[in-house]
Design a protein around this ligand. Structure first.
Ligand SMILES: [Zn+2]
Length: 72
């Protein structure tokens, strides 16, 4: 994932990148990257990474959502 300037598809304002870490049941966690518009609070999911411990191994899963983004 690269940092880029993203314009809100709804109002055209510049969106901010947010990171949210969430504990998954027991021994895993999920990290979400998303863009949020400070003006209209529109939200675009960008990348989600899940880290989980299975049988003593760390399992990492990444899910990237692709949007058509306008650049200014
Ligand atoms: Zn907006």
């Amino acid at each position: 994932m690269e940092l880029q300037e993203v314009s809100c598809p709804r109002c055209g304002n510049r969106m901010e990148l947010w990171v949210e870490v969430e504990l998954k049941n027991g021994n895993g966690r999920r990290i979400r990257y998303y863009y949020k518009c400070p003006r209209c609070l529109n939200r675009l999911e960008d990348l989600t990474v899940s880290i989980e411990r299975k049988n003593g191994k760390l399992v990492l899963e990444a899910e990237e959502r692709i949007y058509v983004l306008r650049r200014r």
